[in-house]
Write a protein that binds this ligand. Structure first.
Ligand SMILES: Cc1ncc(COP(=O)(O)O)c(C=O)c1O
Length: 396
């Protein structure tokens, strides 16, 4: 039986294949520091579970397709604290940021339409855009330039009559880079000039360091009709398993069409929405401690990385990832060697080779991404293991 060309052209997670090696290492009794995935270890706020436990309806019914009004209002309240004002009809609840992105691509792309995505990028964009048979147009960035991508000429060079949108993961996954206000202004002007949507994936919005200010594309009123904000409780509240995200847009035509997709999948889990109301109603001071924790981790990881001779990396300003160029030709081969051949006192480490985060073939081969989702001590040890591994690897 025949499967679609579209599905066959999609890729499996580029990280998945390394689990075979890490599982084998664990079977042999090695401790593997898992720095490869964005699953935070921060505790989910108790308020989530308390709200779920207190839920006492006789029937666990479908929720409204657009989301329960209590959650929509809690999200509106959250944005209002940042000076962003939305009506109920601007917020659509989705099954995580992932469904939000799938819906958005379905709503704006015809087959062959193009979306400019700065690379390296969150790999699932290939899948989200692939669902609609759209085309990822990568905007290449470099480790040597701190993976900054907001260069007007470079962006304009990629714009064609088929450009429908540009994606901004801000703060960035996998690079941790953050846009400045001036850069955002320039991007808004480009979007107006060339008539494309700004897909603002801001699921890491709060995680900005060095006293940097939170900014959102939602704060630029003159482009309100072309900004589509993607949000999620996954990283913000360390609630990845809740599968609650949202799309926020002031473009009524877009919202109305997105609603067709939401109606088609009936609703998001009622219980998870109930728990998420409590998350969005948390006092904003909740983020202070979490942010301070991630910032400490970023600092120790960066300091530890700087001890590695020949490594190229700029200190990232946000999210909880660092991408760096390693002094090896092929980071994938190095990782497999780390998992199969190397250990220091029975310990080794897993990171994500960055080649899979690039759309341009051949790029990123010597780069890796690490997620600082473990406590400080473990992060330091994890990076130390990379350093010790590199010393041994390059001596072979
Ligand atoms: C940049 C970015 N966008 C969206 C998502 C989707 O997350 P979720 O579906 O859990 O909300 C992730 C998850 O890692 C991400 O890193």
């Amino acid at each position: 039986m025949k499967l679609s060309k579209r599905i066959q052209e999609m890729q499996h997670s580029p990280i998945r294949k390394f689990y075979v090696y890490s599982n084998e290492a664990k079977k042999q009794g090695k401790k593997v520091y898992q720095l490869n995935i964005g699953q935070p270890d921060i505790k989910t706020p108790k308020a989530f579970m308390e709200a779920v436990r207190a839920y006492d309806e006789k029937v666990l019914a479908y929720a409204p397709s657009e989301g329960i009004p209590e959650l929509i209002d809690a999200i509106r309240g959250y944005y209002a604290r940042y000076g962003m004002n939305y009506d109920r009809g601007n917020v659509l609840i989705t099954n995580g940021g992932s469904e939000a992105l799938t819906f958005i691509m379905t709503a704006i792309l015809d087959s062959g339409d193009e979306v400019i995505v700065p690379e390296p990028y969150y790999t699932n964009y290939t899948t989200f855009i692939g669902f609609s048979d759209g085309k990822v147009v990568p905007l290449t960035t470099k480790a040597e330039e701190g993976y900054h991508y907001a260069k007007k000429e470079a962006i304009e060079a990629l714009i064609t009559p088929r450009t429908r949108a540009m994606v901004f993961v801000n703060p960035g996954n996998p690079t941790g880079s953050v846009l400045t206000r001036d850069e955002m202004r320039m991007i808004c002007d480009l979007a107006k000039k060339h008539d494309f949507f700004i897909i603002a994936d801001e699921v890491y919005r709060e995680f900005i360091y060095d006293n940097g200010e939170m900014t959102s594309f939602g704060q630029y009123e003159d482009v309100a009709d072309r900004v589509i904000i993607v949000d999620s409780v996954s990283k913000r509240f360390s609630a990845c398993g809740a599968r609650i995200g949202s799309i926020v847009t002031k473009n009524e035509e877009l919202y109305s069409n997105l609603l067709k997709l939401a109606q088609g999948r009936l609703c998001c889990p009622t219980i998870d929405q109930v728990g998420s109301v409590a998350l969005y109603n948390l006092d904003p001071s909740y983020f202070n401690e979490i942010k301070a924790e991630y910032e400490r981790r970023r600092n120790v990881v960066y300091d530890e990385l700087c001890k590695i001779e020949g490594l190229v990396c700029e200190k990232p300003s946000g999210a909880f990832y660092i991408t760096a160029k390693l002094p090896v030709e092929n980071a994938e081969e190095f990782l497999i060697w780390m998992l199969t051949e190397f250990d220091d006192n029975g310990e080794t480490v897993m990171f994500a080779p960055a080649e899979g985060f690039y759309g341009t073939p051949g790029l990123g081969r010597s780069e890796m991404r690490i997620a600082y989702v473990l406590n400080e001590k473990d992060m330091v040890r994890g990076v130390e293991l990379i350093r010790l591994g590199l010393e041994a690897y390059n001596k072979r």
